[in-house]
Design a protein around this ligand. Structure first.
Ligand SMILES: [Zn+2]
Length: 409
């Protein structure tokens, strides 16, 4: 990251986007005393924060620190959007939820946590999955949209909605030990589509649910997003507009790359082709659903976990192939599965294994939820295998419907 000499005057290139709230009373002055003391904030800045409205999309890994710090900072109105419930595997990083919240709606648990941090903050819950039918309505009344989502359809949806509404989109992304942050704001710089014009093919980029993520990385990236949000609300400093912040937690480096507006961008360019929200599942190649376990538009047949259990105990069981890595297989597995990694299907070496010598043998491919095995199944079909099926819902469906003694991850 670029360094600034101590005492250098920080330019203020953008005006504050929050309208001032009511004057601070004495308890508020005491609560926010360390802000009131700050140059660029002061009483007037704190009053502006109390009048600010921030929509946080996703009450998960990035949304947890963002919601808690924005609440502590006195941002007057927060909106929490999430349709998910708290799962045990969330607790390693989603610190706004606690052990007792497992099974509850994430927004419910987040609202209670925010009230504990700062009861003067109003939180509006939206227990919905954002899509093109509701996004503009849900986001319209807010000054800034903080993106804590973890899937491509919602990212493109939020981007396009923010461009259409003229709002800044504070985006963050995490995977394993790496994180990225930027502020997309079409009026002043590039939007997400300018820099990432098309999504990766479905299944090509593993999600945190498949590849893992260092829990504490959420604190680093989510709090940078909260910092950028506060700067935008106050109109201080240089926001990450036109810059992509790239963090590598293993090397402990923070780099900023310059990113530019694409004059031909389909949504924020000079003659945009996208003038209303579109179907983002379709755009990202996830027909009908953003569920990562969907068999992405392939013609591979599926089999349910109970059906597989019957076939495996028959006289002529199919060959079951697990395309996950060893760390995942150690958590939950199906007995008798042969381990051949998805990468081996991609480079073709899978087809040299003795188990896969007969191209007319019935083969069931499996992974965690069915996305990666669907890709392996398509590659096997392309290599001439005629009896390939995919385990719908992956090993998680097996744990749910056949062997609940194994952990869910
Ligand atoms: Zn653009």
């Amino acid at each position: 990251m670029g360094r600034r000499a101590a005492g250098t005057v920080v330019p203020v290139p953008l005006p504050p986007i929050a309208s001032p709230g009511r004057p601070l009373d004495r308890p508020a002055v005491e609560r926010y005393a360390r802000h009131v003391l700050l140059p660029h904030v002061g009483k007037a800045g704190q009053e502006r924060l109390s009048g600010a409205k921030v929509r946080v999309v996703g009450a998960g890994g990035l949304g947890s620190p963002a919601l808690m710090y924005l609440a502590a900072a006195g941002v007057g109105a927060l909106g929490a959007v999430d349709a998910d419930i708290v799962e045990t595997s969330n607790l390693q990083r989603q610190v706004i939820h606690s052990d007792a919240d497992v099974g509850r709606l994430k927004t419910e648990s987040a609202v209670e946590a925010v009230a504990r941090v700062n009861p003067s903050v109003t939180v509006v819950r939206h227990d919905v999955r954002l899509d093109s039918s509701n996004a503009l309505e849900v986001l319209r009344d807010y000054d800034v949209v903080l993106d804590g989502t973890d899937n491509f359809p919602t990212r493109y949806l939020l981007n396009d909605a923010c461009v259409l509404l003229g709002k800044p989109h504070v985006w963050g992304s995490i995977y394993r030990f790496d994180g990225q942050v930027s502020v997309w704001w079409a009026e002043h710089g590039p939007c997400y589509r300018c820099v990432f014009p098309s999504p990766p093919p479905p299944g090509a980029v593993p999600s945190c649910a498949e590849g893992g993520v260092l829990g504490v990385l959420c604190a680093a990236i989510g709090s940078v997003q909260a910092t950028e949000t506060v700067k935008l609300l106050l109109g201080v400093g240089e926001p990450l507009v036109g810059r992509l912040l790239v963090h590598d937690a293993l090397a402990m480096t923070w780099d900023t790359l310059t990113v530019r507006k694409d004059p031909d961008c389909p949504v924020c360019g000079s003659s945009p082709s996208i003038t209303a929200l579109v179907d983002y599942d379709e755009f990202c190649g996830v027909p009908g659903s953003s569920h990562e376990g969907a068999s992405f538009g392939s013609d591979v047949a599926g089999i349910s976990a109970p059906e597989l259990a019957v076939e495996l105990s028959s006289d002529a069981p199919p060959l079951l192939v697990d395309v996950r890595g060893p760390d995942e297989r150690e958590i939950a597995a199906i007995p008798g599965a042969v381990a051949i990694h998805l990468d081996e299907f991609r480079d073709g070496s899978a087809f040299g294994h003795d188990e896969l010598a007969a191209r007319d043998r019935r083969i069931v491919l499996m992974c965690k939820v069915g996305g990666r095995s669907s890709e392996a199944a398509r590659l096997a079909q392309a290599a001439g295998y005629t009896e390939v099926v995919n385990l719908d819902g992956g090993v998680l469906a097996w744990v749910r419907e056949v062997d609940p003694t194994q952990p869910v991850y």
